[in-house]
Design a protein around this ligand. Structure first.
Ligand code: IMP
Length: 428
């Protein structure tokens, strides 16, 4: 097994990365988050109860895995505390296996207010999760943000917070006509929230280097998906971080050339939450069928996901952007029972046939999918664990994808449980 693996969503997020992270961490010493914030959502089951983690990697449930939050994550102390308290309440000793980078930018309550005010004013222009992710990254890039490590220098932190809050309040009041935040109250809340957390704040790059030289196995867990990447996604309908492989290195301090394996996760069809063009979207009963069979509802916001056919033009681009070594295919069973299945293999744009995802959003909006149609399968693939037991049409579907993108599908998921998996040739 490779020593450093990255798992990345190849579409617009919600590909089912969590299941593979869970599956692979049996043999892993550390799991690292490197981008995003509490916009991500991963459903876990504790003592039979369903709950959602947004910031803390779900491997916190395992005793022998260290969970790391890298500097690329925008960290809400309130959201983190909520998750820690919930987990501690279930007897999980979070503080013994969670470490946070001292260079994490803080996501402040005013960032959430700004995100919400913006979405309200513009009628859900992007359809964000309203968690303040965009404004937090804006401040980071504008170099006015505060980092968790700044909290070890109280006066310095207070001064920086004062400046940033004055700025936010000005915009909230004068541009959005929204409520402002009180500085003293905000400062005291942050100090209070920081107190129990400060003991797990560390220099993560040195820890990762130590693990690497000790030959430990490290898994980098991507949040969201390739086409939500701030640079390579369907801008401006994206999130504000680098969700593609480059984010691993900048968001954790682990050198790019140390990565051994890049696993892309692809759903057997496509979904998207929020606004933005979606060439293979289905606004018909087939879309409804996939959506309800696949239970396509967002874990963070509870919003219904938009559903459509698999888009191989996008997947090919994703392979290129992330240097995927192999693919994990999820939710194959959701397509059971469809007579015909369509696969998008090119677009028509302004009368011409194109084979790439255009960078400009106006061009992408105008792309008409060109489909190849394959036979569906009547039999159930639900919980099938042996490749040869899959219906021949399902095998043909898998082969079609592999041949098109020219990398192997190494793991197939046929149901929500860890055991509902076909392990083909992982990491070959
Ligand atoms: P933000 O990340 O809250 O700024 O939202 C920007 C876009 O990313 C919106 O279209 C969201 O629906 C989408 N998004 C953010 N996080 C996730 C996720 O975890 N899964 C799927 N879409 C997401």
């Amino acid at each position: 097994m490779p020593k450093s693996i990255v798992i990345i969503g190849s579409q617009w997020g919600d590909e089912g990365k969590g299941k593979f992270v869970d599956l692979l961490t049996e043999n892993v010493n550390a799991v690292v988050r490197f981008q995003g914030g509490h916009n991500a959502g991963h459903t876990i089951i504790i003592n039979g109860n369903k709950t959602v983690l947004h910031l803390i990697p779900s491997e916190i449930m395992r005793d022998d895995v260290i969970n790391l939050i890298g500097n690329g994550v925008v960290l809400s102390l309130a959201a983190l505390t909520k998750e820690i308290e919930m987990l501690q309440g279930h007897g999980i000793n979070v503080f013994s296996k969670l470490l946070i980078s001292d260079a994490c930018s803080l996501l402040l309550p005013s960032h959430e207010k700004l995100d919400q005010a913006h979405e309200d004013l513009r009628n859900n222009e992007i359809g964000t999760t309203r968690r303040g992710i965009g404004p937090a990254y804006e401040d980071k890039i504008a170099r006015r943000g505060v980092r968790i490590g700044d909290l070890f220098h109280k006066e310095y932190f207070a001064e920086k917070l004062k400046n940033i809050l004055d700025f936010h309040n000005f915009i909230l009041q004068n541009y959005y006509r929204a409520e402002t935040l009180n500085f003293d109250q905000t400062l005291n809340t942050i100090y209070k929230l920081f107190e129990p957390i400060k003991k797990i704040v560390r220099d993560i790059p040195s820890i990762l280097e130590k693990y690497r030289t000790e030959n430990k196995t490290i898994l980098f867990e991507g949040a969201q998906g390739t086409f939500l990447d701030i640079d390579h996604g369907t801008y401006p309908y994206v999130t504000s971080s680098n969700t593609t492989i480059g984010g691993v290195s900048t968001g954790s301090g682990f050198g790019s050339l140390y990565l051994d394996y890049s696993l892309g996760i692809v759903k057997a069809y496509t979904t998207r939450v929020g606004a933005g063009p979606f060439p293979t979207e289905l606004n018909d009963e087939v879309g409804e069928y996939i959506c309800s069979k696949g239970n396509e509802v967002g874990a963070t916001t509870g919003r219904k996901r938009r559903c459509g056919w698999l888009d191989l033009v996008m997947l090919k681009r994703s392979v290129l952007l992330n240097s995927f070594s192999g693919l994990g295919l999820t939710k194959l069973d959701v397509l059971d029972g469809l007579e015909k299945i369509k696969i998008c293999t090119a677009y028509k744009l302004n009368g011409a046939i194109i084979h790439n995802v255009p960078t400009n959003i106006e061009d992408f909006k105008n792309c008409q999918p060109i489909y190849e149609e394959v036979e569906g399968w009547r039999q159930s693939t639900f919980q099938v664990t042996t490749y040869t037991k899959l219906p021949k049409q399902a095998i043909n579907y898998i082969k079609f994808i592999e041949e098109f993108v020219k990398i192997p599908i190494t793991i197939i998921s046929t149901g929500p449980d860890r055991i509902d998996t076909i392990l083909l040739k992982p990491f070959e």
